[in-house]
Write a protein that binds this ligand. Sequence first.
Ligand code: MD3
Ligand code: FE
Length: 217
Amino acid sequence: MTPGLFDEAPTPYAAPEAIASGAVLLRGFALDVDEALLQAIQKVTATAPLRHLVTPGGYTMSVAMSNCGTLGWVSDRSGYRYDAKDPLSGKPWPAMPACFADLALRAAAEAGFDNFHPDACLINRYEPGARLSLHQDKDEGNMAAPIVSVSLGLPAVFLFGGLNRNDRPARYRLVHGDVAVWGGPSRLAYHGVAPLAEGEHARLGRQRINLTFRCAR
Ligand code: MD3
Ligand code: FE
């Protein structure tokens, strides 16, 4: 068989896959709502544009970001924080679209986390070469709640490490429509995304978009 021919064939959702304690992959879980998600992303980013944030250390991130919900994650020279307002406009972040909240609630429940009502959704846009170095998500006020992530567009290699930065990360290929839930003992695991490979996605072109749903408060 010719390698690579069927790399982009969508896999309909079948069952949850546990990858660590509290970490669950739901491959294809978002496939049947992808168009609604993409329309909602268009609407949110028309109001709160994707932008390259600067880290406290002065580096410009290769991933472009925006947010929706009552709180949004932002970074600047003064630090990382959740803020109710978009610093670009001075106005509240766009409301969380109903299709976002509904998918996040259903995905968390499928992974064993009931009543997930995130107040923040970070939208990450990767173009080829963009990456996210190994980090922990620890700016959220509610560590009992999981994080739900949704991958759209080009495939990415997701790095999933342990609770120690030195733990060698496992690698998972995440494709369009894949959802992952990170809670319990995995909530503070180190994780990152390898530099995005060149490619052309049938619906999204030369980009990957990742949504992460969080309980920031
Ligand atoms: C594992 N985003 O925005 S989502 C981030 O693909 C972030 O854009 C990546 O890491 C992305 O902070 C990965 C998957 C993810 C999110 C949160 C986690 C994995 C996680 C928290 C704990 C452990
Ligand atoms: Fe993260």
